[in-house]
Design a binder for this molecule. Sequence first.
Ligand SMILES: *[C@@H]1O[C@H](CO)[C@@H](O)[C@H](O)[C@H]1NC(C)=O
Length: 349
Amino acid sequence: MWNRVHEATYRSRSNREFRSIFLAIVASISVICMLYFHVIESTKPSSQIASHELTQPQTLASAIHLVPSVEFTNGTVAMWRIPDSPKAAVFVAHGCNCRAANFWDKSPSCPDCVGLPEDRAIVLRALSRRFAVLTISSAGKCWSVRKDFRNVKWIIERWVAKYKLEKLPLTALGASSGGYFVSALAAEVRFSSIALMIAEGVFGSTDMPVVYPPTLFVHMPKDLRRAKLIEMNMELLRKKGVRVKEIRCLESPLTPTLLSERIPGLNEEFSVELYELFREKGFVDEKGFMRKDGRVTRWKQAAEERGLLSGKYEWVDHIQEELNLAYGYHEMTSLQADDILEWFEVNMD
Ligand SMILES: *[C@@H]1O[C@H](CO)[C@@H](O)[C@H](O)[C@H]1NC(C)=O
């Protein structure tokens, strides 16, 4: 009897011990795996992006280093990334004075990459929804149909063929000048759908093809003139039987930590100091709304005079982008990235 009880206790104790040893081993293995994958993630070639690292919430997304594959071709540069089992592809066209490098994080393998907060967030969302992402720089400051059309069409088509993406829906997103360009490109490149951001697009009524892809307009109605043109173009497309939709983006207030929340790598103290300076100078109102567009707000001079910018010049463009977006007049925005990708997804057949 005693023996049996003892045996049972012993067995259960040994079970417990076994369980705790087992758990300890599992835990150490997971820690080792996590460390291992962490190292792999930061060193592996960009084409091997794993879906799990992209399906993280925004906070963790800032820890991801977005490293593109890069190719200098036809007098310009193409940067892209293809996720595991891609379900679609998207060509993203930047605005004036911008370039492909803005969409990808600065890293040893891409020292010229900029990683602007909105641009990189769009790429990140697209990759997490298994879109292969291609960015190309315009030949000049802005896109030009004359200078860029033939090259870009060629680069997109070769990229699609080279990476065997022919069977996947091909989509395009263009912001501002990139929006005009994408709207023109869509007349010849077979996109399943397109999204034009802060751009009314160009739809030459005479040379408009019979089949034109569904078009989403993502715009900032504070820009009244453009909102009017978009309304007209939406009507024009509707009359031609083209599916259209619009998403309006409104201004939003700054908060003391908004800049550090949205710009990976920018520290919170700096963000708070800038916000306090903006309040003091009246760049933002008592609710935190920008009084003027970021571009005409003399925030750089003010920050410089206060000595806040020394050693921080690398962040000027990133901050500028967030201030423009907060004002909500004309800027790249990732806030509607999921809506845009959804538009691409529902228009795939
Ligand atoms: C782009 O460059 C390739 C390789 O040099 C060339 O074969 C191709 O014709 C060029 N495309 C255009 C549109 O010029």
